[in-house]
Design a protein around this ligand. Structure first.
Ligand code: NAD
Length: 427
C-alpha cells in the first residue's frame, strides 16, 4: 500500500478539485510537496554498537502558515507515506481554520524492539538532523503513531540545547510540566467524539442502541471509545496490533484499558475496584473487525486498511476515520454507492492538531488555559467545521470527504488569489 499512498492521495485531490470551483493554481500547489528532508540517524545502542535509522520530515505546504504535523515511528514509514500524511495535514489545518500549513515526519523503526534509552537517543538524533528544518515559526512537529508526550519532551529539550534558547513552541503534545496543554492527551479522540455527537443529533440516535467497533486502541482509539462508552454507546469490538475481541453485550472500555496497561494485550476484562474478571467474548482478527455489521466503525490505527480487497465486505453504516487514510481513494465511489457515511480523517481526527495549536498559542504567550477552556474552544472549532462541511455536503450533494476537501480548497483559493493568480497578472 505504502508505495501507492502518495499517488492515491494526489488522485483524490485532483478528483475533488475538479468539482471545487477553484483556480487551477490551488490544485497545482497541492500536487507538490515544498521540501522533504531525509536523514540517516546514527544511534548508539545499549550493547555499544551503532545502528543507522532513516528519518524524514516533509514541509508540504505553508500557504496558510508554518507547517504542522506529527512524527511517526513505524517499520513501514517511508517518504511517500510521510508526504501523503503531510498533504492530509495541509487539508486538515485548513478545514478547521488554523493558521498552519501541513507537514509530517517519521522514522523507519520498530520502536517496540528498542529500549527506552535507545528511543531517547533516536529521538534526539532525529532533532539533531532536523534542527534547521523545523522551528516554532517554520515547521512544528507533534506525536503520531508510537510517539508520545515523553518523546516530544526529549525532542524539545534537544532543540533548545542546539539553539541555546527556550523554544517550547517548536513541538506540541509535550508533557504538561514542559509547556504542554491541558486537554492535548485526549484531543484526537475527543474531536472524533464531537463529530459523532453531531451525527447523533442529525440522526436522532439513542446511544445505547448504537454499536461501535474500534480498530487500534492507542491514543486516538482509546479516548474516543472511552468518551462514547461514558455516553452509553455499545463498544462491541476493540483491537490492537495483536488482534481483537468482540461481544454483543459491549465492553467496559476502562477495564480493557487497565488490562492493556498491565499486560500490553487487549483482554476482555470487566474490573470493579481492583478486581477484574474475564467476560464472554469472541477473539477476532483485525480483518474481521473491519467487516463487522456495526453502526459505527472507527479505524484508529494505520492507513490503507479498507481497500479494493475488502471494501465489498464492509457492512458498517458509518465510518469515522480516526486514523489518517484508512480508506484508500480508489474505493471512495464504492463506499458512496454502499450508502456508508464517512466522517473523513481530515475532520474526524482534527481535534489533535487543534489542541496542538492551542498549545503553541499558549507557549507563545506564556499564559496557560484551564481544561474547561480548552474543551470549550475545541468544541467550538470542531462543531463549526462539522457544520460547514455538512452544509456543503447537503447543498452540493457530495460526500462528507469531498465536502471537507472542497472547504479546504476554497480557503486555499482565497489565499492564492490574495498572492495574485495568473488571471490577475494577465489582466
Ligand atoms: P498510538 O501509537 O497511540 O496507537 C496506535 C494503535 O494502533 C495501538 O493500539 C496499536 O497496537 C494499534 N495498531 C498498530 N498496528 C496495527 C494494526 N496493524 N492493526 C490494528 N491495530 C494496530 O497511535 P495514535 O496516536 O492513536 O494514532 C493512530 C492513528 O491516528 C494514526 O493513523 C495517526 O496518524 C492518527 N492520528 C493521531 C493523532 C494524535 O494526536 N495522536 C492525531 C491525528 C491522527
Amino acid at each position: 500500500m505504502s508505495d501507492h499512498i502518495f499517488k492515491d492521495a494526489i488522485e483524490r485531490v485532483k478528483r475533488i478539485g475538479s468539482q471545487a470551483d477553484v483556480s487551477l493554481d490551488v490544485i497545482n500547489s497541492l500536487m507538490h510537496p515544498h521540501a522533504t528532508l531525509t536523514a540517516s540517524l546514527p544511534v548508539r545502542m545499549d550493547d555499544g554498537s551503532t545502528q543507522y535509522f532513516t528519518g524524514y520530515r516533509c514541509r508540504y505546504n505553508n500557504l496558510l502558515g508554518p507547517s504542522k504535523g506529527g512524527i511517526r515511528y513505524h517499520p513501514d514509514v517511508n517518504r511517500q507515506e510521510v508526504e501523503a500524511l503531510a498533504l492530509w495535514m495541509t487539508i486538515k489545518c485548513a478545514i478547521v481554520g488554523l493558521p498552519y500549513g501541513g507537514g509530517k515526519g517519521g522514522i523507519t523503526v520498530d520502536a517496540k524492539k528498542l529500549s527506552a534509552m535507545e528511543i531517547e537517543r533516536l529521538s534526539r538524533a532525529y532533532v539533531r538532523a532536523m534542527a534547521d528544518f523545523i522551528g516554532p515559526d517554520t515547521d512544528i512537529p507533534a506525536p503520531d503513531v508510537y510517539t508520545n508526550a515523553r518523546i516530544m519532551g526529549w525532542m524539545m529539550d534537544e532543540y533548545e540545547t542546539i539553539k541555546r534558547v527556550k523554544a517550547p513552541g517548536v513541538i506540541t503534545g509535550k508533557p504538561i510540566s514542559l509547556g504542554g496543554s491541558l486537554g492535548r492527551d485526549d484531543a484526537t479522540g475527543r474531536g472524533a467524539y464531537l463529530c459523532i455527537k453531531q451525527l447523533e443529533s442529525k440522526n436522532k440516535w439513542q446511544p445505547h442502541n448504537i454499536t461501535v467497533a474500534v480498530q487500534g486502541f492507542g491514543n486516538g482509539g482509546y479516548h474516543v471509545a472511552r468518551l462514547l462508552h461514558d455516553d452509553g454507546y455499545k463498544i462491541v469490538a476493540i483491537s490492537d496490533s495483536q488482534g481483537g475481541i468482540y461481544s454483543d453485550n459491549g465492553f467496559d472500555v476502562d477495564s480493557i484499558y487497565k488490562g492493556k496497561q498491565e499486560t500490553n494485550r487487549i483482554t476482555a476484562l470487566y474490573c470493579k475496584h481492583s478486581v477484574c474478571e474475564l467476560v464472554d467474548h469472541d477473539v477476532i482478527t483485525n480483518e474481521q473487525l473491519l467487516e463487522l455489521d456495526v453502526d459505527i466503525l472507527i479505524p484508529a490505527a494505520l492507513d490503507g486498511v479498507i481497500t479494493t480487497k475488502n471494501v465489498k465486505n464492509i457492512k458498517a453504516k458509518n465510518i469515522v476515520e480516526v486514523a489518517n487514510g484508512p480508506i484508500i481513494g480508489e474505493v471512495d465511489h464504492i463506499i458512496a454507492q454502499k450508502g456508508i457515511t464517512v466522517i473523513p480523517d481530515v475532520l474526524a481526527n482534527a481535534g489533535g492538531v487543534t489542541v496542538s495549536y492551542f498549545e503553541w498559542v499558549q507557549n507563545k504567550n506564556g499564559y496557560y488555559w484551564s481544561l474547561p477552556e480548552v474543551h470549550n474552544k475545541l468544541a467550538t472549532i470542531m462543531n463549526q467545521a462539522f457544520s460547514e462541511i455538512w452544509d456543503i455536503s447537503i447543498n452540493e450533494k457530495v460526500s462528507m470527504r469531498d465536502a471537507a476537501y472542497i472547504l479546504a480548497m476554497r480557503r486555499f483559493d482565497k489565499a492564492v488569489s490574495a498572492h495574485g493568480t495568473q488571471q490577475y497578472f494577465s489582466n
